[in-house]
Design a protein around this ligand. Sequence first.
Ligand code: AP5
Length: 216
Amino acid sequence: MRLALFGPPGAGKGTQAKRLARAHGLTHLSTGDLFRAAIRDQTPLGRQVEDLLQAGSLVPDDVTNDIVADRLAALGHGGFVLDGFPRTVAQAEWLLAYLAQADAPLDAVVSLQVPEEDLVQRLSRRRTDPETDAIYHLDFNPPPGDVPADRLVHRPDDQPDAIRHRLGVYHGETAPVEATLRAHTRYFEVDGTGSLDQVQERIEQAVATERGLTGI
Ligand code: AP5
Protein backbone atom coordinates (compact mmCIF):
# COMPACT_ATOMS: atom_id res chain seq x y z
CA MET A 1 0.00 0.00 0.00
CA ARG A 2 1.31 3.41 -1.03
CA LEU A 3 -0.71 6.05 0.75
CA ALA A 4 -0.49 9.82 1.26
CA LEU A 5 -2.26 11.71 4.03
CA PHE A 6 -3.24 15.24 3.07
CA GLY A 7 -4.67 18.09 5.13
CA PRO A 8 -3.96 21.28 7.04
CA PRO A 9 -1.59 21.61 10.00
CA GLY A 10 -3.08 19.82 12.98
CA ALA A 11 -5.47 17.65 10.97
CA GLY A 12 -3.92 14.54 12.52
CA LYS A 13 -1.70 13.41 9.64
CA GLY A 14 1.25 12.50 11.87
CA THR A 15 -0.93 10.84 14.49
CA GLN A 16 -2.72 8.68 11.95
CA ALA A 17 0.35 7.98 9.81
CA LYS A 18 2.10 6.49 12.85
CA ARG A 19 -0.93 4.34 13.68
CA LEU A 20 -1.36 3.12 10.10
CA ALA A 21 2.35 2.40 9.74
CA ARG A 22 2.34 0.35 12.94
CA ALA A 23 -0.86 -1.51 12.13
CA HIS A 24 -0.02 -2.35 8.53
CA GLY A 25 3.77 -2.59 8.39
CA LEU A 26 4.19 0.57 6.31
CA THR A 27 7.10 3.00 6.43
CA HIS A 28 6.07 6.39 7.81
CA LEU A 29 7.67 9.11 5.73
CA SER A 30 7.16 12.58 7.24
CA THR A 31 9.01 15.48 5.65
CA GLY A 32 8.43 17.54 8.80
CA ASP A 33 10.06 14.83 10.95
CA LEU A 34 13.01 14.58 8.54
CA PHE A 35 13.59 18.33 8.70
CA ARG A 36 13.24 18.40 12.51
CA ALA A 37 15.79 15.55 12.82
CA ALA A 38 18.21 17.46 10.59
CA ILE A 39 17.77 20.57 12.76
CA ARG A 40 18.30 18.55 15.94
CA ASP A 41 21.53 17.07 14.51
CA GLN A 42 22.59 20.47 13.11
CA THR A 43 23.39 19.00 9.68
CA PRO A 44 23.92 21.41 6.75
CA LEU A 45 20.30 20.74 5.75
CA GLY A 46 19.15 21.40 9.30
CA ARG A 47 20.93 24.76 9.41
CA GLN A 48 19.47 25.63 5.99
CA VAL A 49 15.85 24.97 6.99
CA GLU A 50 15.80 25.90 10.70
CA ASP A 51 14.44 29.44 10.33
CA LEU A 52 11.84 28.34 7.78
CA LEU A 53 10.42 25.69 10.11
CA GLN A 54 10.42 27.99 13.09
CA ALA A 55 8.39 30.57 11.15
CA GLY A 56 6.10 27.95 9.60
CA SER A 57 7.17 28.69 6.02
CA LEU A 58 7.73 25.99 3.41
CA VAL A 59 11.15 24.58 2.55
CA PRO A 60 11.94 25.08 -1.19
CA ASP A 61 10.52 22.39 -3.48
CA ASP A 62 13.87 21.21 -4.87
CA VAL A 63 15.31 20.62 -1.38
CA THR A 64 12.18 18.78 -0.26
CA ASN A 65 11.83 16.66 -3.40
CA ASP A 66 15.48 15.56 -3.15
CA ILE A 67 14.96 14.28 0.38
CA VAL A 68 11.82 12.42 -0.55
CA ALA A 69 13.55 10.91 -3.59
CA ASP A 70 16.35 9.58 -1.38
CA ARG A 71 13.91 8.05 1.07
CA LEU A 72 11.68 6.50 -1.59
CA ALA A 73 14.67 5.03 -3.41
CA ALA A 74 15.86 3.45 -0.14
CA LEU A 75 12.43 1.86 0.35
CA GLY A 76 12.48 -0.02 -2.94
CA HIS A 77 9.02 -1.51 -3.41
CA GLY A 78 8.04 -1.34 0.27
CA GLY A 79 4.73 0.22 1.27
CA PHE A 80 4.67 3.69 2.77
CA VAL A 81 2.49 6.39 4.18
CA LEU A 82 3.47 9.94 3.23
CA ASP A 83 2.76 12.64 5.80
CA GLY A 84 3.16 16.32 4.93
CA PHE A 85 4.19 15.70 1.32
CA PRO A 86 3.24 16.82 -1.28
CA ARG A 87 2.21 20.31 -0.16
CA THR A 88 2.74 22.42 -3.26
CA VAL A 89 1.45 21.79 -6.79
CA ALA A 90 5.07 21.49 -7.97
CA GLN A 91 5.79 18.80 -5.34
CA ALA A 92 2.63 16.90 -6.33
CA GLU A 93 3.53 16.96 -10.02
CA TRP A 94 7.09 15.85 -9.22
CA LEU A 95 5.85 12.99 -6.98
CA LEU A 96 3.31 11.71 -9.49
CA ALA A 97 5.95 11.67 -12.24
CA TYR A 98 8.57 10.06 -9.97
CA LEU A 99 6.25 7.25 -8.89
CA ALA A 100 4.94 6.70 -12.42
CA GLN A 101 8.49 6.28 -13.63
CA ALA A 102 9.11 3.74 -10.85
CA ASP A 103 5.88 1.96 -11.86
CA ALA A 104 4.71 2.36 -8.25
CA PRO A 105 1.84 4.89 -8.25
CA LEU A 106 0.01 6.00 -5.12
CA ASP A 107 -2.83 3.64 -4.22
CA ALA A 108 -4.75 6.37 -2.44
CA VAL A 109 -4.68 9.86 -0.99
CA VAL A 110 -6.70 10.52 2.16
CA SER A 111 -7.60 14.11 2.97
CA LEU A 112 -8.41 14.63 6.65
CA GLN A 113 -11.25 17.11 7.19
CA VAL A 114 -11.14 19.10 10.43
CA PRO A 115 -12.76 22.52 11.14
CA GLU A 116 -10.26 25.39 11.42
CA GLU A 117 -11.14 26.27 15.03
CA ASP A 118 -10.30 22.68 16.04
CA LEU A 119 -6.92 22.92 14.26
CA VAL A 120 -5.82 25.89 16.35
CA GLN A 121 -6.91 24.17 19.54
CA ARG A 122 -5.10 20.96 18.57
CA LEU A 123 -1.83 22.69 17.66
CA SER A 124 -1.60 25.04 20.61
CA ARG A 125 -1.93 22.16 23.10
CA ARG A 126 0.20 19.60 21.21
CA ARG A 127 3.28 18.14 22.88
CA THR A 128 5.74 15.67 21.36
CA ASP A 129 8.09 13.21 23.00
CA PRO A 130 11.50 13.26 21.27
CA GLU A 131 12.48 9.94 22.86
CA THR A 132 9.55 7.93 21.51
CA ASP A 133 8.32 10.26 18.72
CA ALA A 134 4.84 10.06 20.28
CA ILE A 135 2.42 12.93 19.59
CA TYR A 136 0.18 14.00 22.47
CA HIS A 137 -2.46 16.58 23.17
CA LEU A 138 -2.67 17.90 26.71
CA ASP A 139 -6.48 17.51 26.74
CA PHE A 140 -7.49 15.04 23.98
CA ASN A 141 -4.62 12.56 24.10
CA PRO A 142 -2.62 13.26 27.26
CA PRO A 143 0.78 11.70 27.85
CA PRO A 144 0.83 8.72 30.22
CA GLY A 145 1.79 9.49 33.81
CA ASP A 146 5.21 7.82 33.51
CA VAL A 147 6.39 10.26 30.81
CA PRO A 148 8.29 13.08 32.55
CA ALA A 149 6.66 16.43 31.73
CA ASP A 150 10.05 18.13 31.17
CA ARG A 151 10.83 15.67 28.36
CA LEU A 152 7.87 16.86 26.29
CA VAL A 153 8.43 19.43 23.57
CA HIS A 154 6.16 22.31 22.60
CA ARG A 155 7.11 22.78 18.93
CA PRO A 156 8.30 26.34 18.18
CA ASP A 157 5.93 26.44 15.19
CA ASP A 158 3.01 25.73 17.53
CA GLN A 159 3.20 29.27 18.96
CA PRO A 160 0.18 31.45 18.01
CA ASP A 161 1.96 33.60 15.37
CA ALA A 162 3.49 30.59 13.64
CA ILE A 163 0.18 28.68 13.71
CA ARG A 164 -1.57 31.61 12.00
CA HIS A 165 1.21 31.79 9.42
CA ARG A 166 1.09 28.03 8.75
CA LEU A 167 -2.66 28.11 8.20
CA GLY A 168 -2.16 30.96 5.72
CA VAL A 169 0.54 29.00 3.91
CA TYR A 170 -1.77 26.00 3.82
CA HIS A 171 -4.60 27.98 2.20
CA GLY A 172 -2.28 29.74 -0.25
CA GLU A 173 0.10 26.98 -1.30
CA THR A 174 -1.16 23.58 -0.16
CA ALA A 175 -4.95 23.63 -0.58
CA PRO A 176 -4.58 24.07 -4.39
CA VAL A 177 -2.77 20.69 -4.48
CA GLU A 178 -6.16 19.04 -3.94
CA ALA A 179 -7.16 19.58 -7.59
CA THR A 180 -3.99 17.89 -8.85
CA LEU A 181 -4.43 14.94 -6.49
CA ARG A 182 -8.12 14.56 -7.32
CA ALA A 183 -7.32 14.48 -11.02
CA HIS A 184 -4.58 11.86 -10.80
CA THR A 185 -5.13 9.66 -7.72
CA ARG A 186 -7.86 7.87 -5.79
CA TYR A 187 -8.69 10.71 -3.46
CA PHE A 188 -10.85 10.23 -0.36
CA GLU A 189 -12.13 12.85 2.03
CA VAL A 190 -12.33 11.48 5.57
CA ASP A 191 -13.81 13.13 8.66
CA GLY A 192 -10.80 13.80 10.94
CA THR A 193 -12.84 14.59 14.06
CA GLY A 194 -13.72 12.13 16.82
CA SER A 195 -11.46 9.70 18.63
CA LEU A 196 -8.10 8.57 17.24
CA ASP A 197 -9.56 5.06 16.79
CA GLN A 198 -12.59 6.38 14.92
CA VAL A 199 -10.47 8.39 12.50
CA GLN A 200 -8.16 5.43 11.85
CA GLU A 201 -11.13 3.19 11.19
CA ARG A 202 -12.63 5.70 8.74
CA ILE A 203 -9.35 5.91 6.83
CA GLU A 204 -9.03 2.14 6.66
CA GLN A 205 -12.62 1.76 5.52
CA ALA A 206 -12.33 4.46 2.88
CA VAL A 207 -9.19 2.98 1.42
CA ALA A 208 -10.01 -0.71 1.74
CA THR A 209 -13.74 -0.97 1.18
CA GLU A 210 -14.68 1.73 -1.27
CA ARG A 211 -12.11 0.76 -3.87
CA GLY A 212 -11.65 -2.89 -3.01
CA LEU A 213 -8.00 -2.31 -2.17
CA THR A 214 -6.25 -4.86 -0.03
CA GLY A 215 -3.24 -4.65 2.24
CA ILE A 216 -4.68 -2.10 4.62
P1 AP5 B 1 4.88 19.16 9.44
O1 AP5 B 1 5.57 18.54 10.58
O2 AP5 B 1 4.45 18.34 8.30
O3 AP5 B 1 3.68 20.00 10.04
P2 AP5 B 1 2.18 20.20 9.51
O4 AP5 B 1 1.84 19.72 8.15
O5 AP5 B 1 1.94 21.63 9.77
O6 AP5 B 1 1.39 19.22 10.31
P3 AP5 B 1 1.43 19.04 11.82
O7 AP5 B 1 2.56 18.16 12.23
O8 AP5 B 1 1.36 20.39 12.50
O9 AP5 B 1 0.01 18.39 12.09
P4 AP5 B 1 -0.53 16.93 11.79
O10 AP5 B 1 -1.57 17.00 10.73
O11 AP5 B 1 0.58 15.95 11.59
O12 AP5 B 1 -1.27 16.70 13.16
P5 AP5 B 1 -0.83 15.81 14.44
O13 AP5 B 1 -1.07 14.37 14.14
O14 AP5 B 1 0.49 16.21 14.97
O15 AP5 B 1 5.78 20.33 8.83
C1 AP5 B 1 6.45 21.24 9.65
C2 AP5 B 1 7.24 22.19 8.78
O16 AP5 B 1 8.23 21.48 8.00
C3 AP5 B 1 6.45 23.01 7.76
O17 AP5 B 1 5.86 24.16 8.32
C4 AP5 B 1 7.55 23.35 6.76
O18 AP5 B 1 8.39 24.37 7.25
C5 AP5 B 1 8.36 22.06 6.71
N1 AP5 B 1 7.86 21.10 5.73
C6 AP5 B 1 7.35 19.87 6.00
N2 AP5 B 1 6.98 19.25 4.86
C7 AP5 B 1 7.24 20.12 3.85
C8 AP5 B 1 7.06 20.06 2.46
N3 AP5 B 1 6.49 18.99 1.87
N4 AP5 B 1 7.44 21.11 1.71
C9 AP5 B 1 7.99 22.19 2.28
N5 AP5 B 1 8.20 22.33 3.62
C10 AP5 B 1 7.82 21.29 4.40
O19 AP5 B 1 -1.98 16.29 15.47
C11 AP5 B 1 -2.01 17.61 15.93
C12 AP5 B 1 -2.55 17.62 17.38
O20 AP5 B 1 -3.90 17.16 17.37
C13 AP5 B 1 -1.79 16.67 18.34
O21 AP5 B 1 -1.74 17.27 19.60
C14 AP5 B 1 -2.68 15.41 18.38
O22 AP5 B 1 -2.55 14.71 19.60
C15 AP5 B 1 -4.07 16.01 18.22
N6 AP5 B 1 -4.99 15.12 17.54
C16 AP5 B 1 -4.74 14.28 16.49
N7 AP5 B 1 -5.86 13.63 16.15
C17 AP5 B 1 -6.84 14.08 16.99
C18 AP5 B 1 -8.23 13.79 17.13
N8 AP5 B 1 -8.83 12.89 16.34
N9 AP5 B 1 -8.93 14.45 18.09
C19 AP5 B 1 -8.32 15.37 18.91
N10 AP5 B 1 -7.00 15.68 18.82
C20 AP5 B 1 -6.28 15.04 17.87
